[in-house]
Design a protein around this ligand. Structure first.
Ligand code: ZN
Ligand code: ZN
Length: 290
């Protein structure tokens, strides 16, 4: 992990710890957050979505490069019984793209598959004892009481993750950190102009930013600028719809009207992640037959 990544991760963790404790007395934006937000505001789509997604990806890269064999990391992954679907596949394709093969994933999933098999065996209570435990399984048995507790006898409980996906946790902490700092920076007129010229934040992060805001000036600007943006977007949507009618077919939609529907989806759902760059990596794992 690079020094910069350590710095970001440290700031994120420190900030995440303070976000849930209500308004802070200091309303100045964190300088590292400011740097990242200034860059993200120049790119298309919600800046908080971009930075939170980068934080989750940074965790997955860190896991693959330095942490796969660390016991604490593996315990944390087992507590969430792996990752959410999005981050599970991101981790897989990340390793396929970065390395020669999914060795780190195979190590992680060897644990996880064994964990679920044991949970089912404990729930069943029938014959078919597990094979001789390996090194990690023996570590598990030592640490189980500390991290997981006694084996569950009811499969519904045993198969229920005890914590959220670790990459989602990084995403959530980064979202809180950057949402708070975005509001703080919007108290500055220079950054207000930068925000108005950007694509703005998505609705989920607008909710989060307003919930966590500790800068009244920033909060008011966020509300006013978002409302103004939505008024224009609604007008663009209306014009696009009108120009689809037969009697107005000679009127071509403007670029803003052509892109209005996509931008409206992005307001509610954040950036489009259905068309990402994993396809080349995916093809490497599924070579054409013959
Ligand atoms: Zn967002
Ligand atoms: Zn996740």
């Amino acid at each position: 992990m690079s020094h910069g990544s350590h710095l970001v991760a440290g700031r994120l963790e420190a900030a995440a710890g303070s976000c849930g404790e209500g308004p802070q007395s200091v309303e100045e934006p964190d300088q590292l957050a400011l740097l990242h937000l200034r860059i993200a505001l120049r790119a298309p789509a919600c800046p908080v979505c971009q930075l939170a997604r980068e934080a989750a990806t940074r965790y997955l890269q860190y896991l693959l490069r330095e942490h796969v064999n660390h016991l604490d990391a593996r315990i944390r992954i087992s507590e969430s019984q792996g990752f959410c679907p999005q981050h599970a596949w991101e981790l897989f394709y990340l390793e396929v793209a970065l390395c020669y093969g999914p060795l780190g994933n195979s190590i992680i999933y060897e644990d996880l598959v064994g964990q679920i098999a044991r949970a089912l065996q404990n729930a069943d209570g029938g014959p078919g004892r597990a094979a001789e435990p390996g090194f990690w399984q023996r570590c598990w048995s030592v640490l189980r009481r500390r991290s997981i507790g006694e084996p569950q006898r009811r499969p519904g409980l045993a198969l229920t993750p005890r914590r959220e996906c670790r990459a989602c946790e990084s995403h959530r902490q980064a979202s809180e950190f950057f949402a708070v700092n975005l509001v703080r920076m919007l108290a500055d007129p220079e950054y207000q102009a930068m925000y108005v010229a950007s694509d703005g934040i998505c609705l989920p992060h607008l909710r989060l930013a307003l919930q966590l805001a500790d800068s009244e000036a920033g909060r008011l600007h966020l509300i006013a600028s978002t409302r103004a943006r939505l008024v224009v977007l609604r007008a663009n949507l209306g014009e696009f719809k009108r120009k689809q009618a037969w009697q107005y077919r000679h009127e071509s939609p403007t670029e803003e009207e052509q892109t209005a529907t996509r931008r409206a989806v992005a307001v509610f759902a954040g950036p489009d992640v259905t068309d990402d760059s994993r396809q080349p990596a995916k093809s490497e794992t599924h070579p054409p037959a013959g």
